[in-house]
Design a protein around this ligand. Structure first.
Ligand SMILES: *Cc1c(COP(=O)(O)O)cnc(C)c1O
Length: 687
């Protein structure tokens, strides 16, 4: 009997089983196996494991070594899935508008989605019983490309469900789970898709159902697009449809976590349930509050959805009637000043008012939020406004490159099992300089190869000249104007002088998307494209097209310095800088978001930390920060990088790398974050 012919299908069975669970997104070994099955299909599909199963390479399947590796990964997969759940944790329902799990599932626009995806993965790893709810954004956010003048254009690429890990959600009765929701006076059917994220289950609501009027079907196709009416409707589907879906699945979690205001209508559905069960209004509100918690994610005013009376009435009139609550009173739940007829309905106010706990996402953002929402608690001193914070973190297994992971395992040990231990990471201080520096160079070189390839393939082709021994700075994020992407080029001649220095040059790689309606953000992208073409820049500044998780992973692994220069205090947390320390990358950042908590004086650089910026105009703040940035580069960052000893090692730079590795990964991992949510938010104290 031919054993090899026998081995093929079994190997494929194991791989298909793994492919159905995005657990693979944090197993570089698993992803590598899929890539080997069909490298071309893998690349074409944004690294989608399922795409490689259609036509796998029979020679690879027949290799004994391949089979052994599949067996090893499969056994790890089964062990992870079978581990017992944390019996001390409440059962959590987590609601969010977007989730970033992997580049092949484009259900996200940026930081909020990344944070939510990382939350689900850590909940799975830590065994927190958590079910998540979102929207099935078939067309995702958008695919970005640049036209010949460097202006952002957008395209939408629909997700192929057939080659995705999404499956239709099935209820306890074995039938497809569907719920009904009112959008104004129209009752629509909401379907659902399920994706397994390790042990965590994510349900994605979908309006594209038979029986739904044609003009409403594509409402849930795209993220954050369409006018206010589309927006409130999506949020009704998410909040109200989401709770109804959980009920249809027989679930009644202990805690509902509203991750940002988009999902806060879920409190109205919980309220409806309690009123229907016979509670009076005060008791019903108290009961809802006892089970809901709220996280706010931005101090930017436009980040908080507001709906005017007409739209709210048109959307909630029928619900108000069924609750027996007049529309103005229902509207008051979302007003800072109830009874003020001119005040719009604000989703953050609804979330904060109806939740037993509210928090921001860094220490600084907690303080900023207490000021921002002070009026919701009139009569309290601002320090006593009950909005705390849980600082964001990142899912290290997702964001650590395979090469860095192997380096850490070889030299420090099982870093995944010890990722929350400060003592474990402290041992990074003992890493031999020459090994760490060699690792850094090879990470940089691998990334520069990636950047050259991508820049040469994209719509607006570039021909960068990036050098593997040159100090490499990365900047990648949404192009919201407050993030000030081109800040370094405010004094263009001074910046060009640094970049084009003969002996100690700089090279920069940028990536990021502006919202399709944000012409200001698109201007910033175009401005950076002009810099890339400046004759004296000579290929040392590159802009990569279509920022996604794959570009993000490559950049955080390869850059020596991660630049973040938002207008303080607008960056609630930021998380991209938290991904670099495991790769020996250093943060150079404004004292905003998470960085004041992370910076210790010797693990990177922090600028603009004094409080005086509160009195400056935006213009003055930008001038000052741009000057500080140039000064810090000139006086500290560049000399430290190029000041190398007789063996070619920049000793002071490497000391900073070790300090970053020793102090940051454990404190800013999403495992620490989810554990904090469990201990201080999900568990009810004094109840
Ligand atoms: C980490 C990450 C973000 C979040 O970055 P910020 O620092 O919060 O701006 C956004 N998008 C992608 C693709 C990421 O990987």
């Amino acid at each position: 009997m031919n054993l090899q012919a026998h081995a093929g299908p079994q190997v494929l069975d194991m791989l298909s089983e793994i492919a159905g669970n995005v657990w693979w997104s944090w197993s570089p070994e698993a992803l590598d196996l899929f890539e080997r099955l069909d490298p071309a299909a893998f690349a074409r599909s944004r690294n989608n494991p399922l795409a490689t199963l259609a036509d796998p390479d029979p020679e690879v399947l027949a290799q004994a070594s391949f089979r052994e590796r599949v067996e090893r990964v499969y056994s790890e997969f089964r062990t992870d899935l079978a581990a017992p759940l944390d019996p001390g944790s409440p059962r959590v329902a987590y609601f969010c508008m977007e989730y970033a799990l992997h580049e092949s599932l484009p259900l996200y626009s940026g930081g909020l989605g990344v944070l939510a995806g990382d939350h689900l993965k850590s909940a799975s790893d830590l065994g927190i019983p958590l079910v998540a709810v979102g929207l099935f954004l078939r067309d995702g956010y958008f695919t970005q490309y640049f036209d010949e003048v460097g202006r952002q254009q957008d395209r939408s690429d629909a997700l192929e469900t057939g080659s995705s890990p999404l499956v239709r959600t099935v209820g306890p009765d074995g039938e497809l789970a569907r719920v009904r929701v009112h959008l104004g006076d129209t009752e629509v059917t909401v379907g659902s898709w399920t994706v397994q994220v390790g042990r965590t289950t994510l349900h994605l609501l979908d309006l594209d159902e038979e029986g739904t009027p044609a003009e409403l079907r594509d409402l849930t196709h795209r993220l954050y697009q369409g006018g206010m009416e589309a927006r409130i409707r999506k949020e009704i589907v998410l909040g109200i449809g989401g709770v109804r879906l959980l009920r249809a699945l027989g679930l009644s979690p202990d805690v509902y976590h509203m991750n940002e205001g988009h999902c806060a209508f879920l409190t109205l559905e919980l309220l409806r349930e309690e009123l229907e069960a016979g509670l009076d209004r005060d008791d019903a509100v108290a009961k809802v509050r006892s089970r809901t918690v709220f996280t706010t994610h931005t101090p930017v005013p436009a980040g908080h959805d507001r709906f005017d009376y007409e739209l709210f009435e048109a959307s909630f009139g029928s619900m108000a009637r069924s609750l027996g609550i007049p529309v103005p009173e229902l509207m008051d739940l979302g007003r800072i000043h109830p009874g003020d007829p001119g005040e719009p309905f604000n989703m953050t106010v609804l979330g904060m008012r109806m939740a037993r706990s509210s928090n921001g996402v860094s220490q600084l953002h907690g303080a900023v939020s207490r000021h921002m929402w002070h009026d919701l608690w009139p009569g309290r001193p601002v320090e006593e406004v009950p909005v705390g914070h849980v600082t964001n973190g990142v899912h290290l297994a997702t964001w650590t490159s395979r090469a860095a992971s192997e380096f850490l395992t070889t030299h420090l040990g099982d870093w995944k099992a010890n990722q929350m231990e400060a003592d474990f990471w402290a041992r990074a201080r003992n890493l031999p300089d020459e090994l760490l520096w060699a690792c850094r160079r090879s990470l940089r070189e691998a990334f520069l190869d990636f950047a050259h390839r991508r820049a040469g393939e994209q719509t607006l082709r570039q021909t960068p000249r990036l050098d593997p021994d040159t100090l490499t700075i990365g900047f990648a994020r949404r192009f919201a104007t407050y993030k000030r992407a081109p800040l370094l080029f405010r004094d263009l001649p001074a910046a060009i002088e640094l970049i084009s220095d003969d002996t100690r040059p700089l090279q920069l790689v940028f990536a990021g998307k502006a919202h399709p309606d944000d012409e200001g953000g698109k201007d910033l992208i175009q401005e950076l494209h002009e810099v890339t073409r400046h004759p004296d820049v000579n290929g040392r500044v590159v802009f990569l097209e279509d920022y996604d998780m794959a570009i993000g992973r490559a950049m955080v692994a390869g850059c020596d310095v991660w630049l973040n220069n938002p207008r303080r205090p607008m960056e609630a947390s930021g998380t991209s800088g938290q991904k670099v320390a495991v790769h020996g990358g250093l943060n150079l950042a404004i004292a905003d978001g998470w960085w004041p908590e992370g910076y210790n004086g010797s693990n990177g650089w922090m600028i603009g930390e004094d409080e005086s910026s509160a009195h400056l105009s935006e213009e003055e703040q930008d001038d000052r920060d741009a000057r500080l940035l140039l000064e810090t580069l000139r006086a500290e960052v560049i000399p430290t990088f190029y000041e190398q000893d007789e063996w070619g090692i920049p000793v002071r730079w490497v000391a900073r790398m070790k300090e970053a590795m020793a102090t940051l990964p454990h404190a800013f991992s999403s495992h620490r974050m989810v554990r904090d949510y469990r201990d201080t938010i999900y568990l009810r104290h004094g109840a």
